[in-house]
Design a protein around this ligand. Structure first.
Ligand code: FES
Length: 175
């Protein structure tokens, strides 16, 4: 067979789809669910524009086959606020991006946001980065250094070069 059925949750809504085996998770989101926030920059895992959260972990959705994601939970930039903020406002990181002017053309922004949210969770759960390599105490609030943020977000490219403001915005969010 060339098609299979897959059931997965996207931004808290369950979807059952019959998909060509070659469909990527990114194409599922953009072409089948009209969630065009996740961007296709390179389609080969190099730019990070397609980053989404898969069961809470950041992934390049262009590198994953949709039919392999049976039963999994996806959060895209469209669902970021609802997934994390109770009152219907913006995710704190989205607000920080606005406050700090952390974008120019905006094409990489959805990926930067999803990646940074995943990255903050990783840092909070004690996953060391290459540059700090220190154990973090369990419950203490985490504030990341500029070097650490740059290293942890190095998979997300910005052709406008808005990095200084992106790093400032991320640094503002204490998790
Ligand atoms: Fe997926 Fe570039 S589009 S990494």
């Amino acid at each position: 067979p060339t098609h299979s059925r897959v059931t997965l949750r996207v931004n808290d809504t369950e979807h059952v789809l019959e998909l060509d085996h070659r469909t990527t998770l990114l194409d599922l989101l953009r072409e089948h669910l009209a969630l065009t926030g996740s961007k296709k920059g390179c389609d080969q895992g190099q730019c990070g524009a397609c980053t989404v959260l898969l069961d809470g972990r950041r992934v390049n959705s262009c590198l994953l086959l949709a039919v392999c994601q049976e039963g999994r939970e996806v959060v895209t930039v469209e669902g970021l606020a609802e997934a994390t903020v109770a009152d219907g406002g913006l995710h704190p990181l989205q607000q920080a991006f606005l406050d700090r002017d952390a974008l120019q053309c905006g094409y990489c922004t959805p990926g930067q946001l999803c990646s940074a949210v995943g990255m903050l969770e990783e840092a909070k759960s004690g996953q060391p980065s290459v540059v700090t390599d220190t154990e973090r105490p369990g419950d203490a609030p985490v504030q990341l250094t500029v070097e650490e943020i740059r290293e942890r977000l190095s998979g997300n490219l910005c052709r406008c070069g808005a990095y200084p403001h992106i790093v400032e915005a991320v640094q503002e969010v204490v998790v």
